[in-house]
Structure formats: C-alpha cells, structure tokens
Write a protein that binds this ligand. Structure first.
Ligand code: EPS
Length: 388
C-alpha cells in the first residue's frame, strides 16, 4: 500500500493517489466525507474552516461502490481557491501580492526558503501547511473501511490542551467510551462536561493572539497479533507508527502505551503479564506496552499518544522576533490567518495515519488482491491464534 498526495493550501484542489487497495472493498464518498467533516471540527479553528466544506470526488479505482484494485484517485477542492486565483496563478509573473518575507519561528518558512531558493516564503507555506492533512484523512478513510470490515475500531480523544488536562478524570474509563464521549465534545475531550474550561482557555489565547498545543491519543481495538515484525528494523510496526505520527504537522513527540512513563518504573511494574483461558487464548490484563511488543502488534489495543506544539502563526501585536529575508532587518514574524489550536483536528489526522499503517501491515501479512479473499484469511488466522 502506498499513496502520494499533492496540492497547495490555496491551490485549486488537494489530490491523492492510493495504490494497493484490494478489489471488492465497498467504499463511498459519503463514508470518506464523514471523516473529512470530523477533521474540520474543533473549538479554536480559524476562519478557513468556515470557508471550506471538504468533500471528496473519487476520480478512479471505484465502480458501483466497490474498489477495482486499480489506483484510487481522490480529489478535494479548495473552496478558498477562488479568493487566491491571482496569488496562486500557474502562469504569469509574481505580483508581490501576499508575499511573505518574515519567516515564522517554528514554521517551515525559513529553512524551506533556503533549501528551495525562494524569495517569497509563500512558496513554502502553501505546501507545508496542515491543509495537506485533508487528503491523509481521505486516504485514511479508505483504510479505515478495511479495518472496520474486520471488526477493528479506530478512535481518538484529546487528553490536554495547553496546561489543561483531563488525564486524571479518565483513569479506568474504557477506550471506546472515551471515544464516544470525545465525539460529543467541542474539543474532543472524553469528558464533555469540562468543555467550558477548555473553551475559556482557547478564548483567552485567542484574545492574546496566542496559539495552543496539546496531547491526544489514538487507539485501535481488535487488531490481530503479529502485524509488523521483529526480524528487520524497518519492519517494526511501532517504528512505522512513530514515523506516521511524527509526519503530522506540529507533532513533536510520540509514545506507545505508557511510553516515557515506563522509563521511571521497575521492570516488574512495567510489563504486561501473560494469561491464557480456554476459548479466549492468550491475553494480558494490563496494556502498558500499547499493544506492541517486539515491533509486532500483540492483540491488545494499539495506543499511540502524540504531543502537538502550538501552531507557529501568532496574531499578537508583538509576535515573535524574526528577520526579513530581503532587508535582513529584525522584523515581527508574518501574521497569517490561522487556528488558535488544532489539537482536536490533529487527533482525527492521527486516526487516519494509524489506519493507514495498520491497513498496510494487514495487506502485507494477508495478501492484497481481493478483499473477500483477504477477509477469509484473517478469519482463519484468528481461529489459529485462538487455538495456539
Ligand atoms: C488548515 C488550513 C489552513 C490553516 C491551518 C490548517 O488554512 P489557511 O492557511 O488558509 O488559514 O487553517 O494550517 C496551519 C495553521 C498551518 O500552519 O499549517 C486545514 O485545512 O486544516
């Protein structure tokens, strides 16, 4: 399974081509659109989300609601494009309109400009922007459909935004319940009663022209054991998951299960003991490992935790110290329309990335031609695991 995506934030459209989705998988644009909508939510989003209503056009690879096994092309039009036709024109000379010369600390602006040789840093931000994650969610939705057919559930919730955390309030709450509640919260927290506190913090940050980061968790329940492998470094599934999450804009840390907290424990407190029951097979009563041992899924829920830094675009009167790339004079970093926080959206992007990695690993283990055939193999394998 592989995919490429393309598109500038204010260009005409975002596109993706996915190769390796088996034939006979049922998929619809409605199914994908539901995920796209979820990515657009979250208190603290900026003006762009009021303009966009992300909808997918499936341009290839699907016929009468089923995949053909051929490359699937997905396209999401940028509604905002019509306001940018001159700034983002394909032909003609630069107009200087909406040119960016004061790089934002923390954004790709400066290094991107040096690396690709641009005098207008807009050339960088248009592609570096998290707008690109729209297509990841669309690709992730196709993968999610496969997982769903196998009874694998993917979900996410926000644990903290800035210094506000609900971590202590969800101890012992099952993952699925956390997810269901988070779906009802405007900031994706599994304790919607706390929404107001979070909204207040976000309002305050907005007033100050500030931005906020946070922590979110993504899980997958029902994953068969044995996806990924210990036999080669680049086949370890935790490595693939970490890469997938780190590649989401503004993510600065990724953990599996208890992650960094495991480092403080004695070995006897850190690992998940093994049990066996007839009719159930092997299982664990704890899941500190986050569902991965030895670079392979172990049958327990896969749990990934990621830390997002605050978005680099600040609307403060006094922004951050930067230097104009033309005059070399100190300058206030560029101000662009942006979000105060996008942690809830990043969690949905995380769901997509986990879906992609797991679907890829499933196809690697069970074949990749005909979905009906693959489903049968997974079922057989589950029986085998139960009897092992
Ligand atoms: C985003 C679209 C962008 C930003 C945001 C995410 O739209 P615009 O730049 O037109 O406001 O709202 O991206 C960033 C903050 C960033 O720094 O990349 C989206 O579709 O999620």
């Amino acid at each position: 399974l592989r995919f490429l995506n393309a598109g500038e934030s204010h260009g005409p459209a975002l596109t993706a081509i996915i190769e390796g989705i088996p034939s006979n998988l049922e998929i619809s644009s409605d199914y994908i659109n539901r995920q796209l909508e979820r990515r657009q939510q979250g208190y603290g989003r900026g003006g762009r989300m009021k303009i966009e209503k992300d909808r997918v056009d499936i341009l290839s690879g699907v016929r009468f609601g089923r995949t053909l096994g051929s490359p699937i092309t997905l396209m999401i039009k940028n509604r905002d494009w019509e306001n940018w036709t001159d700034v983002m024109a394909v032909e003609g000379e630069p107009t200087g309109k909406r040119e960016i010369t004061s790089p934002r600390p923390g954004h790709a602006d400066l290094v991107g400009g040096i690396k690709y040789g641009f005098e207008d840093l807009r050339n960088v931000l248009e592609r570096a922007s998290a707008r690109e994650t729209t297509t990841r969610v669309a690709v992730g939705a196709v993968c999610r459909k496969m997982l769903e057919d196998l009874g694998i559930k993917i979900g996410s919730y926000v644990v903290s935004i800035g210094e506000l955390s609900i971590e202590e309030l969800i101890v012992g709450v099952p993952l699925e319940e956390r997810f269901e509640k988070a779906e009802k919260s405007v900031v994706r927290i599994p304790v919607p009663e706390e929404d107001d506190k979070f909204k207040k913090l976000i309002d305050m940050a907005k007033q100050e022209g500030e931005s906020l980061g946070g922590v979110f968790e993504v899980f997958a329940i029902g994953v068969p054991p044995g996806l990924g492998s210990y036999v080669q470094w680049d086949r370890r599934i935790d490595g693939k998951i970490a890469q997938a999450f780190m590649s989401i804009q503004a993510i600065k840390g990724v953990e599996m299960g208890e992650g960094f907290r495991l480092a403080q424990k004695f070995g006897s407190q850190a690992h998940d003991e093994i049990f066996w029951e007839k009719g159930r097979g092997f299982y664990h009563r704890t899941n500190r490992a986050g569902g991965v041992e030895g670079g392979m899924t172990n049958g327990e829920p896969v749990i990934v935790r990621a830390a997002m830094k605050p978005i680099p675009t600040l609307m403060r009167k006094k922004s951050l110290q930067s230097v104009n790339i033309k005059t070399k004079q100190p300058f206030d970093a560029a101000k662009e329309r942006s979000d105060v926080t996008a942690v809830p959206a990043a969690a949905v992007v995380g769901e997509a990335m986990l879906s992609i990695v797991l679907a890829d690993a499933l196809l690697e283990k069970f074949g990749s031609d005909n979905w009906e055939e693959i489903k049968g193999r997974v079922e057989e394998y589950r029986k085998y695991v139960m009897e092992f």
